[in-house]
Design a protein around this ligand. Structure first.
Ligand SMILES: Cc1cc2nc3c(=O)[nH]c(=O)nc-3n(C[C@H](O)[C@H](O)[C@H](O)COP(=O)(O)OP(=O)(O)OC[C@H]3O[C@@H](n4cnc5c(N)ncnc54)[C@H](O)[C@@H]3O)c2cc1C
Length: 438
């Protein structure tokens, strides 16, 4: 019997240390420091580097990666238990070496990179010395990658890139860009696109502007991070900067996005919990006219109960999906489950945050609490890494693929038909019983 919801005691001790470390040392930094992707911020690095050393000493650095790449290789379930704490803080993922989009970029470099590419990009990324950017979305197309147009053409020993990318997070601080490009416009899009590694500062690549969302992590807004509108004009990079095989961009993107989506979901649990804890504190703190607390009112009780149930359901779905990834070691086999988590995430975050915000009244909607930013973050979660609709379509397609049509005129659960079948099946027993009685 393999079902088990216990965390083993050794790892629980690690989690307890992590929980206290995040609360005491890192969460205060969210209120003081700027963009975690900005490695040139000497003031921030002076505080952050020693904290990263402590994380490494505890064996919790870059846990999404195996030991050969400097991580603990804990797998996704343990990572989920860590991330549901780290997700409380804007800076914690960077201090633990597992921040997006670098974690996903490291994963694909580890999987598909040559030894030269790993030396140039992966190792400094894993050491936390540089930041990176993933540029896939285009101004005219996001949810449907088949409509991407940014083109790379081979010219001798170089690739020449022309086109535009949109909403590429952290571009302003990135040392390199993973860029999805069309390399064979005649081929089916699933085989006609490739991934290129473009070093920052390459002539021909410009940041047209940095775009900001009004949402945030809820801990101190999102005004530090930015998402770039990028333009490539005859941007020339060495042919050796092709990541993986030519035409393999879709497969590489799936490896990257599968991990990215589930990691976002793990961190989102922390944000839902934050809103839920705030709701409970408010429920037992604020009094009403009748003298009781808000928590003594049934409508508040319903909010608390619904929120806890939805949080726990979502957490179980995330942990089960993490467990499936560990089991199969192949994101393609868990695509439906990851899409289900991705589709569920914005709704649970929205609903719990909305109830908590409402219970806090005017203070809830103000910029003196993190709830309004968290509410908008639910919208971010419904868009980043693909809109909810696309993920629901993926879930339904997978669920329906193996289904067979009903054999007869009526559904297979049709009661009169089933009753008829049951009668036919047991006719001899009934006949025998009647014969025995007569
Ligand atoms: C905070 C944030 C960070 C991001 N970071 C990055 C990044 O680093 N790199 C990067 O490349 N991209 C990034 N993105 C972009 C993100 O991947 C896209 O926003 C997403 O794929 C949706 O694309 P779009 O914005 O062009 O919306 P569209 O594709 O225009 O979709 C808009 C809406 O149309 C509807 N829709 C679209 N397709 C369907 C369909 N098949 N069925 C039903 N309805 C549909 C949905 O309601 C959807 O929300 C980021 C986005 C956000 C919000």
């Amino acid at each position: 019997m393999a079902w088990d919801f216990e965390t083993d005691p050794d790892f629980q001790r690690q989690l307890d240390w992590l929980d206290a470390f995040v609360a005491e040392q890192i969460e205060p930094l969210d209120l003081l420091l700027g963009d975690p992707a900005d490695k040139s911020d000497a003031r921030a690095m002076a505080v952050v580097r020693p904290l990263q050393e402590q994380v490494k000493e505890h064996g919790l650095w870059a846990c999404h990666l195996g030991p050969e790449l400097g991580g603990a290789g804990y797998g996704q379930v343990k990572l989920a238990l860590m991330n549901e704490i780290l997700g409380r803080s804007r800076w914690a993922p960077t201090i633990f070496g597992c921040q997006a989009p670098d974690s996903g970029n490291a994963e694909i470099l580890a999987h598909f990179g040559t030894s030269e590419q790993k030396a140039a990009y992966l190792h400094p990324l894993l050491d936390g010395d540089i930041s990176s950017c993933y540029a896939m979305t285009e101004p005219q197309a996001g949810a449907d990658p088949a409509l991407f147009r940014t083109r790379a053409q081979r010219d001798g020993d170089t690739w020449v890139i022309n086109g535009e990318k949109w909403f590429a997070s952290n571009a302003q601080h990135a040392a390199f860009f993973v860029v999805m490009v069309v390399t064979d416009p005649e081929a089916d899009p699933h085989r006609g696109m490739s991934m290129l590694l473009v070093p920052a500062g390459t002539p021909g690549m410009e940041i047209v502007r940095n775009v900001h969302t009004v949402a945030g992590t809820g801990t101190e807004g999102d005004h530090h991070s930015s998402h770039a509108y990028l333009r490539f004009t005859d941007c020339r990079i060495p042919a050796a900067n092709l990541l993986g095989e030519e035409g393999a961009a879709f497969a590489i993107a799936q490896t990257r996005l599968g991990g990215g989506r589930i990691h976002h979901a793990m961190r989102t649990i922390a944000q839902i919990r934050l809103a839920f804890d705030m709701m409970c504190e408010r429920a037992v703190s604020r009094s009403t006219r009748g003298g009781g607390t808000l928590g003594s009112l049934q409508m508040t009780q319903e909010r608390v109960a619904d929120s806890w149930i939805e949080l726990e359901q979502f957490r179980l779905l995330v942990l089960r999906t993490a467990w499936l990834i560990d089991k199969h070691q192949d994101y393609r086999k868990v695509r439906k489950d990851i899409s289900a988590v991705k589709a569920a995430m914005p709704k649970v975050l929205h609903d719990v945050v909305q109830r908590s915000l409402h219970l806090h009244g005017s203070l809830g909607i103000s910029d003196e609490l993190p709830l309004a930013a968290l509410l908008l973050n639910a919208e971010v979660m419904g868009l980043a890494d693909g809109p909810t609709e696309v993920h629901k379509i993926a879930v339904a397609r997978d669920l329906l693929r193996e289904r067979k049509p009903a054999e007869g005129l009526f559904p297979s659960a049709h009661l009169p038909t089933r009753r008829e079948q049951a009668r036919a099946r047991y006719a001899h027993v009934v006949e025998q019983a009647v014969a025995d009685q007569s």
